[in-house]
Design a protein around this ligand. Sequence first.
Ligand code: F6R
Length: 601
Amino acid sequence: MCGIVGFAGKNDGVNFLLEGLCKLEYRGYDSSGIALYCNDEIKIIKTVGRIEKLAEKCKSDKVSGNAGIGHTRWATHGKPSEENSHPHLSNNLKFAVVHNGIIENYIELRQELEQEGFVFKSETDTEVIPNLLQKYYNGDLKNAVNKTISRIKGSYALGILCKDYPDMLVAVKQFSPIIIGIADDCNIIASDVTAIAPKTQKIIYIEDGDVAYITANSVEIYSDSLMVERRISIIDWDINTAEKGGYGHFMMKEIYEQPAVLRRILKEYLKDNEICFPNINIDKELIKEIDRIVIIACGSAYHAGVAAKYLFEEITGIPTEVDLASEFRYRNPIITEKTLTIAISQSGETADTIAALTEAKRRGSKTACVVNAVGSSIAKIADNVIYTLAGPEIAVATTKGYTSQLLCLYLLAIFMAEKISLDHKAELIKELNKLPSKTEEVLSVQEKIADVAKRFTKTKSIFFIGRNMDFAAALEASLKLKEISYIHSEAFAAGELKHGTISLIEEGTHVIALCGYERLNDKLLSNIREVIARGADVLCAANNRNMASSVGADLFSIPKTHPLFTALAEVVPFQIFAYYVALYKGCDIDKPRNLAKSVTV
Ligand code: F6R
């Protein structure tokens, strides 16, 4: 979703802005633009489409400047067009603004400003901001910024340039991500670390409500108009992890990173077979107080939550629910101080998950999160934080994000269960330790999976079915396929098929049955027979031939793992499957249409 970069330095910042925007491309965008203080005026350059076009335009217009802001826009208010893309200028051309988030009261603000004679050029919610700045500006920039943000409601990360302060940029954060990078010859802002890391490892994670005034030599941060100190953190990941490193796509690179990520998690959180989480404070006493676990998440993170629900109930005995954050936040969830709410998120910035977690906390719930992005909003809100240590994930379709969440959730479930009573902990830990090599096994048969994928390039629709952990894995396998290959696909709890969906099964319908959770394979077998009887073309995802042979179906090999951990390694071959189907269909694998990496609105 929208990306912001900004630069205040001693040298020309155009290249930084363009390179920074390229690093944020993965978030999803349809247009882009930059604003620079150049020859005594704020110069704006915008294009619809790829950043290469913007770079060409910048070159031909010969723009340069020591302070500037840039933006990649993912359309929400108004179609992708140059008028709607950011930066937006105030009527008097004094202020340029880039924005990520949503201004909820923009219609009334726009009407108010129009009545005062302001003219609007775009359909966006953002354009009210530069015009409010103009309205409140009387030579005092801080006063104008404060008055403007007191008028706007919603979520916003802003980058602001003011013509009267040619060396300065202003950053504002309220429920949308923006961070500051401190480098030797410049200070910079960006929506996330990927755009900053090539320039510096020193990061300031500003807080909601903060306003930062940034020049090449200084960063002043204010909260409620008072100057505050915010700590400088050193990011410790290698910049190369945000490069393709010889792979055709980030998605394949990230699939291949999974064994290493899983090993890193085990090394970090398992010491002499004891689970130790550095940032959590969930002890025996607290667990005794919990009568319910509520997991909230979106998309693939929700699918990790579905698998975790089965595991938490099985080994902790605590009733566990999993809810879509976008549903949870708009109903009246029954949450008490005896509830433990666990938010799962790769980015830590998903708007619905943030809102749901905040609501759970407001209702008195104890909170924890399983999150990848260090210092992200969700990590800040939750009382207990487990980092998934996956490193930056650039491909829009999550792979290592999902498997790392699952492994952390497995560890958390065992960690809690042993504080209640768990007699087979040693066995479970032993099985967890096998997961990295099980995942490697899958990578070694990548070519076979690619061969199977060839058969599906003309397919219009696929059904994935499974029970229990296989159902959780089916949800994720199906999402991976549809989001990058655009093939319609649905996942069903296999026992639910005959309550309606089976009417869609006809001669040649593709059904993929996930058979990793062997405890329920007898039941699943009946469901497979039911669809075969109606003409379905079935592929059995299993770790041996038996299921497939007994129904005369083809085998899709998956690794054998402990039944409770099925949903992790079983999904990896389907990530590769989805990748190849999309590749053969010529789809934009890393940046599928209409999607954004981080859904911040
Ligand atoms: C799918 C995918 C999304 C995310 C979802 C939640 O491949 O990546 O479904 O899982 O948007 O994002 P996070 O985990 O960042 O909260």
